[in-house]
Design a protein around this ligand. Sequence first.
Ligand code: FES
Length: 174
Amino acid sequence: MAWIVKDSANTQIERRDEPYLDEAMKAELEKTIIPRYPTRRAATLPVLHAIQHKHNWVPYQAIEEAAEFLGLSPSEVLDTATFYEEFFLRPKGRYLVQVCQSISCELLGHTKLLDRIRDKLGIEPGQTTPDGRFTLMTVECLGSCGTAPCALVEGRLHEDLTEADVDRVLDELK
Ligand code: FES
C-alpha cells in the first residue's frame, strides 16, 4: 500500500526458498479465477487478494511470482498493489485497526480516538505493535458518516465510538 512503500532501484527483495504462490495456489487460481476474466492481466487483483488472504500480506517475492503467473512485469503488479490501500507490502499485525479521518469523523472526535489508540498500543498510524498483534492505520471515509466517529477493526465497523468503546474493543482482542 502506498503509505508503506519506498520505491528504490536499490530495494533488496527478501527471498525464501518456498514460493508464496505455490503450485497448489496456481492450480486453484487457474481453475477458479483465471476463467472468469478476459485476460490474465485482468485477474491481477484477485490473484493479489489470494496471496494476501493466504499469507496476511504481499511480499515482494510474491509480486514477482504473481507477475510470472499473469504474464506481466513485476513493476506492473507492484503498481497495482501499491494503488490500493488494502494490500500490505509489509507484514501486518494479527488485528488491523483502521480509524476514519475524513471530515465527519474528524468533526466528531476522531483525534481523541486516535490518541487513545496510540496510547494503548504505543504505535503511530502505519505501525505494527512489536508483538505483531495490532496494525494501526488511518483511512478515508468509511461510508458511515451519520454514525461518526467510526473505525474498522478486523473489517468490522464500529460506530459512534467513544474512548471507552475503544478501550473495550481493543481489550477484547488483547
Ligand atoms: S467521514 Fe468517517 S465514515 Fe464518513
